[in-house]
Design a protein around this ligand. Structure first.
Ligand code: NDP
Length: 501
């Protein structure tokens, strides 16, 4: 087996803590154990900036799923259930502190594994993870039932809020640690236990999170981590010992998981894809709208479920807006995530690059006008770089105008009236996010009410906070994460009737 220390593909910019983590043999987290996969299988995780191998990771199979679910069930029935809420809160707080203490290491691992700029990894992924853990650390002591004013005078009736149970949490590769935190933090706050399955492209930070949880004193079995591929995720979701499934990823896989969980009547939360409309109104501050629309699509190389990938511009301002955007896109500095000057990293994998290039080809062949980008970049590096790309299209029927591309590809279209743009923005199958740029308060609120999306951003893009619900309308998902809503999805309500007779 190749070990990471002697691997020629580790970049010089990687610090000692990240190197030390990679130097050891990477293991699963199951109960108090750090096992290899039961059948000894491993797979390589690759550096998207070079295509080189970073490390080998255990490939969890059915026996590992069995062991992890058993460990989670045991912890749920025993030590975790016995812990008072205040102690659950303290452990979440301690994990937030540990994530902050290891912020540089975690950000470098994330940048290396995913390709994103290391500053983005540090400020969005790692500090966002700590913020989620800290926010949910405040919840265990505030989970309350209520006394109900039932009609029968000889009855005392009240509710208890109880944890759903063992949760299978399957997360994607675009914000690996942060997506894990979005799921792990509310689940643990509610008193559930977890088996976490990171994406095969980005397994490193989830394993480190599992280690840190054991280090700060979480009882074994509360947070288990299984690395593997879609088959590992499928076995986990289908396991009868799992009470709830939480998934972020593609709508196609979300449908499959939803069907399996639905048949078994498991609880579920699904955060799926998007094709989010970003609407500039005629009275908008155009400079702010151009800057915000650039961020909306090219942030994280367009690999964000809420990317503003569909831009609507008033016909009379169309040329001005798209030429400013094209200029900014063409000036973007591409490079490896660990280079501090990089603005845009590679896509996560060769497969994702091919998928995105396929969409760019379809845009060209269906008649969209390519304004900038459209090709690969830095090909001598061996990495999966795609140029920031901008299309202009008048038809909403093109594949690039309807389907989630999940890459740095923006499709801009002109429109004439507010009613027209609202109808076009709502016409697709997704409903995750939408943006509005205007200086008129009344237009902002009118459109916010008209757009069928889980989040609407006015004069910015991508606001996010652990307290603010996030999730999708229509094919963008089921349920909400973050805040009170996010916590609720990990709780059952029990109604207790006491006869006073
Ligand atoms: P997937 O939806 O396949 O992967 C997301 C997660 O689900 C990964 O952990 C994956 O494991 C796991 N998984 C895959 N199949 C199953 C299954 N049958 N049962 C349980 N778990 C499963 O995304 P892809 O990586 O294939 O990306 C494809 C497209 O999905 C992207 O182009 C993008 O459009 C969309 N996507 C959307 C995301 C979002 O945040 N909304 C995030 C990522 C992708 P593994 O990776 O190991 O196969």
């Amino acid at each position: 087996m190749t070990t990471a220390t002697d691997s020629p593909s580790l970049p010089e910019a990687l610090g000692p803590a990240a190197r030390e983590f990679l130097a050891g043999e990477l293991r699963l987290v199951v109960g108090s154990e750090r096992p290899a996969a039961a059948d000894g299988r491993t797979f390589a995780t690759l550096d998207p900036a070079t295509g080189g191998e970073i490390a080998r990771v255990p490939f969890a199979g059915p026996a590992d799923v069995e062991a992890a679910v058993a460990a989670a069930r045991e912890a749920f029935a025993g030590p975790w259930a016995a812990l008072p809420p205040v102690a659950r809160g303290r452990l979440l707080e301690a994990l937030a502190g540990a994530v902050e203490a290891h912020a540089e290491e975690l950000a470098q691992l994330e940048s290396l594994d995913n390709g994103k700029p290391v500053k983005l990894a540090q400020f969005v992924d790692v500090l966002g993870t700590a913020a989620h853990l800290r926010y949910f650390a405040g919840w265990p002591t505030k989970i309350e039932g209520s006394v109900l004013p039932v009609a029968a005078p000889d009855m005392h009736c009240y509710t208890r809020r109880e944890p759903v149970g063992v949760c299978a949490q399957v997360v994607p590769w675009n914000f690996p640690l942060l997506m894990a935190a979005w799921k792990v933090a509310p689940a643990l706050a509610a008193g559930c236990t977890v088996v976490l399955k990171p994406a095969e492209q980005t397994p490193l930070t989830a394993l480190r999170l599992g280690e840190l949880a054991l280090e700060v004193g979480f009882p074994p079995g509360v947070l288990n981590v299984l690395t593997g591929d879609g088959s590992t995720g499928a076995a986990l979701v289908a396991h009868p010992g799992v009470d709830k499934v939480a998934f972020t990823g593609s709508t196609a896989v979300g449908r499959e998981i939803g069907a399996v969980a639905g048949r078994a009547l498991k609880r579920m939360t699904l955060e799926l894809g998007g094709k989010s409309p970003n609407v500039i109104l005629p009275d908008a501050d155009i400079e702010a709208a151009v800057n915000g629309s650039y961020q909306a699509i090219y942030f994280n190389s367009g690999q964000a479920c809420n990317a503003g990938s569909r831009l609507f511009v008033p016909a009379e301002r169309f040329d001005e807006v798209v030429s400013a955007l094209a200029e900014r896109a063409a000036a973007t500095r591409l490079g490896p995530g660990l280079d501090p000057d990089t603005q845009l990293g590679p896509l996560v994998s060769a497969e994702q690059r091919e998928r995105v290039l396929g969409y760019i080809d379809s845009g060209r062949s269906e008649g969209a006008e390519l304004l900038t980008g459209g090709g690969t970049a830095l090909s001598e590096s061996g990495g999966y770089f795609v140029e920031p790309t901008l299309f202009s299209a008048t038809s909403d029927d093109l594949r690039i105008a309807r389907e989630e591309i999940f890459g740095p590809v923006l499709v801009a279209s002109p429109y004439d009236t507010l009613e027209e743009v609202a109808a076009r923005a709502n016409a697709g199958s997704y409903g995750l996010a939408a943006g509005v740029w205007t200086q008129r308060l009344s237009s902002a609120h009118r459109l916010a009410a008209m757009l069928r999306a889980g989040s609407v951003y006015i004069n910015h893009w991508g606001g996010s906070d652990p307290a603010a619900p996030f999730g999708g309308f229509k094919a963008s998902g089921v349920g909400r994460e973050h805040g009170h809503d996010g916590l609720d999805s990990y709780l059952e309500t029990k109604t207790v009737w006491v006869s006073l007779a």
